[in-house]
Design a protein around this ligand. Sequence first.
Ligand code: FAD
Length: 245
Amino acid sequence: MKLPPQAIQRPYKLMTRKEIADGILEMQFEPEHPEDRIPEFLPGQWVNLYLSNPDGTPFAKAAYSIACAPSDVGADGRLTLGVAMARGFTQRLAALQVGDIVRLQGPFGVFTLPASSERLTFFAGGIGITPLRSMIREALSREDTTPITLFYSCKTMGSCAWLEEFRELAASHERFSFVPILTREEVSDWDGECGRCSAQMIDRHVADANGAFLLCGPTSFMESVIGILESKGVHSKQIHQERFS
Ligand SMILES: Cc1cc2nc3c(=O)[nH]c(=O)nc-3n(C[C@H](O)[C@H](O)[C@H](O)COP(=O)(O)OP(=O)(O)OC[C@H]3O[C@@H](n4cnc5c(N)ncnc54)[C@H](O)[C@@H]3O)c2cc1C
């Protein structure tokens, strides 16, 4: 029986690896051969990443959101992932060297950029930024005027991945507002918010309850933000979320 294209495990080569924030590794992979490229993905979708043991036997797999936008992907098919280092699987992943081969399968997932919306409001908690980065980069690459706001909650400034990139995107796109939030650190001259996300904090940056609200982060973070949004009259149909666990 022929497998659907998303189900095929395809060899991808590690091209770059860089610790872009405390405990967060940005890894870029390219298909080993042009024909190994995964089918086109939608912003926000994810892939399964399979690791092997040194003797070539299978080790394990884990899901990773594609952190680049479809419009970022060039002829080489290079994909960007952002990985929060945690336990056994991510330790193995972090030990990979440039040139090593993994297998990717996908893309999967229905947490994707809405086709159209009056406004897009994103809430990321920690490593939950990865699918949102893909969606925001894609949305900003399009010729439209939809206002976009990103609330990005991190424990400390050092743990915020792609912080400078989001600041630069906000500086160069009038319709994009970036609200970094620190929950466990006070930093002088901080350009964002401090403390847990609250109704008052959201009111300072988003005028009303219209448009789509897209969330990814720890369960407690998402439950708290959804509770606030619902108390403001946001309908559950306007809320979209991705869970990593
Ligand atoms: C849709 C989705 C998107 C996600 N996107 C991201 C993302 O963008 N970035 C991110 O950092 N995380 C993401 N995650 C979470 C990610 O899939 C992993 O859960 C996380 O990276 C696990 O890290 P860990 O080192 O704690 O894994 P572990 O808990 O060590 O292991 C994960 C799995 O690997 C296997 N495993 C681990 N060690 C062994 C062993 N010794 N022998 C055999 N099997 C073993 C087990 O099956 C285990 O369940 C996403 C999850 C989902 C569901």
